[in-house]
Design a protein around this ligand. Structure first.
Ligand code: KIV
Length: 278
């Protein structure tokens, strides 16, 4: 069995040093984690996107640390080779350093090897506190879904030069605070490439072009398990929802026609011992 992916391995993984791109996928439960791990991903992110793609909410603000821990534990039970990263949900790292440490520890005790949080230099005290408590941290900059109301919707960020400069400064600040990787979401490719060149930890892009040190996608988007249109950065590799509807429709038709269950799918009573038998 291949050895577990570790935080130090990820931290030093830069394409500029000849490494191949890192692969991160979200997963939210044991079968999803087994599938992602069998496919050989490097990192599994138990993202708060589970609010949208698993729980049917309109935004990620609806899940708390208890919900996240429940799903981190389910992923950890798959014992993946991939590094498991638990997403700190909205309000779990905004109130106080003590609160942040407690919530980070909850995800670690549920089975995460690291946590992820959104935001730039304003998060530095929280990142430093987590790192000092031996909880490795992934940053997340650009289109940060927990800021949906502040951003006025899910919009590509850092399109203007000043905002791009701010994003680069934020990336440097959270790297200096101790982040071992940074997710860059919904930013122009040149901005992501600039961040990638200017920080010495890997950048993991989603809607950030091909210049990052790795890529991440949401499980349900990649496999066609979601509903409605997907952003342009999603490449759909399967249409599992259609396959599942087809399979369940076939079973329903078999039930209605009486061909399910068959004799082979049925338990039978053992024959009664005859008179004088054992
Ligand atoms: O919650 C999530 O799935 C994420 C990824 C989109 C990076 O944060």
């Amino acid at each position: 069995m291949a050895p577990k992916v570790t935080v130090p391995q990820v931290r030093s993984h830069k394409r500029a040093r000849g490494a191949e791109p890192l692969v991160m996928l979200t997963a939210y439960d044991t079968p999803g984690a087994r599938i992602a791990d069998a496919a050989g991903v490097d990192m599994i992110l138990v993202g708060d996107s589970l609010a949208n793609v698993v729980l049917g909410h309109a935004d990620t603000l609806q899940v708390d640390v208890g919900v996240m821990a429940h799903h981190v534990a389910a992923v950890a039970r798959a014992k993946p080779r991939a590094l498991v990263i638990g997403d700190l949900p909205w309000l779990s790292y905004h109130v106080s350093v003590e609160d942040t440490i407690r919530n980070g520890a909850t995800l670690v005790r549920a089975g995460a090897q690291a946590v992820k949080l959104e935001g730039g230099r304003s998060r530095v005290p929280m990142i430093e506190a987590l790192v000092a408590t031996e909880i490795p941290v992934v940053g997340h900059l650009g289109l940060t879904p927990q800021s949906v109301h502040t951003m006025g919707g899910y919009k590509v960020q850092a399109r203007q030069a000043a905002a791009a400069d701010t994003l680069v400064d934020d990336a440097k600040a959270i790297t200096a605070a101790g982040c071992f990787a940074i997710v860059l979401e919904g930013v122009p490719d040149v901005v992501a490439a600039r961040v990638t060149a200017e920080v010495d930890v890997p950048t993991i892009g989603i809607g950030a072009g091909g210049g990052c040190d790795g890529q991440v996608l949401v499980f349900h988007d990649l496999l066609g398990l979601g509903e409605g249109p997907v952003p342009k950065f999603v490449r759909r590799y399967a249409d599992l929802a259609s396959l599942a509807v087809g399979a369940i429709s076939e079973w329903a038709a078999d039930v209605r026609s009486g061909t399910f269950p068959s004799d082979a799918e049925t338990y039978h009573q053992p024959p009664e011992p005859g008179p004088g038998g054992p």
